[in-house]
Design a protein around this ligand. Structure first.
Ligand code: ASP
Length: 312
């Protein structure tokens, strides 16, 4: 007899070399408050019998609106001093997916990704084309000032004019990245969503794993829903999110075992620092990472938000 909850939700706010010594109580509280708010937004949808897709969108929108996380409002600066954002969503019941890459001035890229899935014949739109679509769909836009953050600006100044780019969570002062959510709803359906500003000082319209279905995001009602965070190039090469699904579908592994293989065996040889969150069709959640920390949270069986940062 399983004691798994009837619905489940897990979120992340990025993973990386997060040192306890650099965390002060006020900063930790700000991150935890942001995570808890997102869990509450997604949890309300699920408790009221809503869809997993609505829950992951609500949770990710909340994280995109929070300036502490590298997505939406808190997106990092690219080499041109702009904010280029990537996002994706996938539903496990129909295997429909939508994504956007290198979009600017979109308040909630996750909502635009969902709109691509529902209102276009495509899966992934990028750059100006995605912006044109956003305009047509009356998606909420913001001016550049909305995305300005002094911390982010200073972070960019340290790499500006150099050939180096920086994963948000590998920066000495500001160690968090991408946001994501996975959910199981009371109807037995799974969904996943991921959203990011990518890397500080990125050039050439660099795109990471977050908007790529199978790499940074994947959902399939037969197995699990997954959202990744970490060194995007490695996650792309490992096809990380889909690999968790494949290990369960083809090898019969449990969710925990499949996640362990991907995070601790497959990614490290590819320099794949990071982690992922996943939920299976019974509502079990796994939040795992191969670096020092991951901003993360899930709903306990009684619906209470639980958040964590380090390997507790
Ligand atoms: N995976 C994201 C990217 O490579 C970054 C991150 O998760 O922090 O764009």
């Amino acid at each position: 007899m399983s004691d798994a909850p009837r619905f489940a939700l897990a979120i992340h706010g990025g993973a990386g070399t997060i040192a306890r010594s650099e965390m002060n109580p006020a900063r930790e509280k700000a991150y935890r408050d942001g995570l808890e708010h997102a869990l509450r937004m997604g949890g309300t949808v699920l408790r009221e019998g809503g869809q997993a897709l609505d829950a992951v969108e609500a949770a990710v929108r909340s994280l995109e609106d929070c300036p502490h996380f590298n997505a939406g409002r808190g997106a990092v600066f690219n080499a041109d001093g702009q904010h280029e954002m990537d996002a994706s969503v996938m539903r496990g019941d129909t295997l429909q997916a939508g994504a956007v890459a290198s979009v600017q001035n979109v308040r909630n890229p996750v909502t635009l990704a969902r709109r691509v899935m529902e209102k276009s014949p495509h899966v992934l739109l990028s750059g100006l084309g995605a912006f044109e679509f956003a305009h047509r769909e009356k998606i909420l836009l913001e001016d550049d000032q909305y995305f300005f953050d002094q911390f982010r600006y200073d972070q960019w100044q340290r790499t500006k004019g150099t050939d180096t780019y920086q994963l948000d969570h590998s920066d000495g002062e500001h160690k968090y990245g991408t946001v994501g959510a996975v959910a199981l709803d009371v109807h037995g359906h799974l969904a996943a969503a991921t959203s990011t500003g990518g890397m500080t000082n990125k050039r050439w319209m660099r795109i990471g794993d977050s908007p790529l279905i199978g790499a940074g995001t994947y959902a399939n009602d037969a197995t699990c829903a997954v959202s990744c965070t970490g060194h995007g190039e490695s996650f792309i090469r490992a096809v990380a999110a889909h690999d968790v699904h494949a290990l369960m579908a083809y090898k019969g592994l449990s969710l925990a075992e499949a996640v362990r293989v991907v995070v601790h065996e497959k990614l490290p040889p590819l320099d794949g620092d990071g982690g992922l969150i996943a939920v299976d069709r019974t509502g079990r959640v796994v939040l795992d990472f191969n670096c020092t920390g991951m901003y993360r949270g899930h709903l306990a069986a009684d619906g209470t938000p639980v958040t964590a940062i380090f390997k507790d």
